[in-house]
Design a protein around this ligand. Structure first.
Ligand SMILES: NC(=O)c1ccc[n+]([C@@H]2O[C@H](COP(=O)([O-])OP(=O)(O)OC[C@H]3O[C@@H](n4cnc5c(N)ncnc54)[C@H](O)[C@@H]3O)[C@@H](O)[C@H]2O)c1
Length: 321
């Protein structure tokens, strides 16, 4: 089976490609070829038991999406995107990559005239206030950011192109993925990861919001598992509602810090410096606190059940690096 991953140089894309090298299969089908596509050149994959090619080009440029799907991959993981903070800061870039890029990819598949599976990375940013305590999957789209709007349009395109049998699509609304490894990115939610990752490295981190802020999380490990499961699932079970709220856990910042203390000791948590930022506080006050992911769970998607587990998974997965 041939696989295309867009955004393959990104955090989730890279981890997914590395996991493919280890697992070799998606469901019962073995991978024979992987195309890693991204605006920046993805680093080489070591030890892949299948063919790997890398493409570095902007998916929103004319003709590029067509080149990404030229060898007719059976599963396309569409992860390429400009993340929330950057899409808000650069209106034109956000719409170009997240909307035009997604539409061009879907259109390239339609023009190629075959029916692959497309797994589309969406976000809980499609929802907006006023929030119920738990957000059901069918809660109204009311994005509060350009990024959320672009993902909501992507979900609609995915559903319509699937309805027209141009491809078989599944959208997965990731929780905020935490703990994000490496350097901070431009996502507005970056501090959630910083306050765990940096102290674990013995480095200080800034907490710009109050400890009662509550949000919805899953680990990078869970995100990779969602992608494998979405690639293998019988999509006949989805009906016309093609996008699922992914499982996660609801935790306050205070609970996250308590988990850090439990796992790594109180001194580690002392590296978190409180530096309230009213602009960030206002933004996160408008974010979802808990989602109903029961349909995804019934379909076999799973995530961590405690924040301690997320911290442990981060340490296990990143200690080698
Ligand atoms: N990480 C999260 O918490 C989270 C939450 C919800 C949704 N998502 C979605 O999951 C996907 C992956 O997220 P991530 O955290 O790995 O993001 P990331 O920023 O680490 O990776 C995104 C990748 O897309 C690439 N890209 C950007 N513009 C491009 C273009 N024009 N053409 C080709 N490639 C381009 C980037 O170079 C980058 O490597 C994204 O679609 C994101 O919106 C992530």
């Amino acid at each position: 089976m041939k696989i295309l991953v867009t955004g393959a140089a990104g955090m989730i894309g890279r981890k997914f490609c590395e996991a493919l090298v280890k697992r070799r299969n998606i469901g019962s089908r073995s991978v024979v070829r992987l195309t890693m596509a991204d605006a920046i050149k993805p680093a080489a994959l070591v030890g892949a038991p299948f063919d790997v090619s890398t493409l570095s080009a902007d998916i929103s440029d004319p003709g590029i999406a067509e080149s990404f799907v030229a060898d007719r991959p059976e599963i396309i993981y569409h992860l390429a995107a400009v993340v929330s903070g950057e899409a808000e800061a650069d209106f034109d870039k956000g719409y170009r990559v997240n909307l035009t890029g997604t539409h061009r990819l879907f259109e390239a598949v339609r023009q190629a005239g075959y029916q692959p599976r497309i797994v589309f990375a969406s976000s809980i940013a499609v929802f907006g206030t006023p929030f119920p305590e738990t957000i059901r999957e069918d809660y109204a789209f009311a994005p509060l950011t350009s990024y959320g709007t672009q993902k909501a349009i992507g979900e609609l395109l995915l559903a319509d192109f699937s309805r027209r049998d141009f491809f078989d699509g599944i959208g997965i609304r990731f929780p905020t993925i935490c703990v994000r490894p490496g350097k901070p990115n431009k996502a507005a939610s970056g501090f959630f990861s910083n306050i765990i990752r940096e102290p674990l490295k013995g480095e200080p981190a800034v907490l710009p919001v109050s400890e009662d802020v509550r949000h919805w999380f899953a680990s990078p490990r869970a995100a990779v598992d969602f992608l494998f499961h979405a690639g293998a699932l019988d999509l006949g079970q989805l009906g016309s509602r093609r996008t699922l709220n992914m499982p996660g856990l609801s935790a306050t910042v205070g609970e996250m810090i308590a988990s850090l203390k439990d796992v790594a000791g109180a001194d580690c948590a002392k590296l978190i410096r409180r530096q309230p930022d009213p602009a960030i506080q206002k933004m996160v006050d408008g974010w979802p606190r808990r989602l109903d992911a029961s349909r995804a769970e019934t379909l076999g998607f799973h995530a961590e059940k405690s924040f301690e587990e997320i911290v442990h998974h981060h340490i296990e997965d990143e200690s080698a690096g």
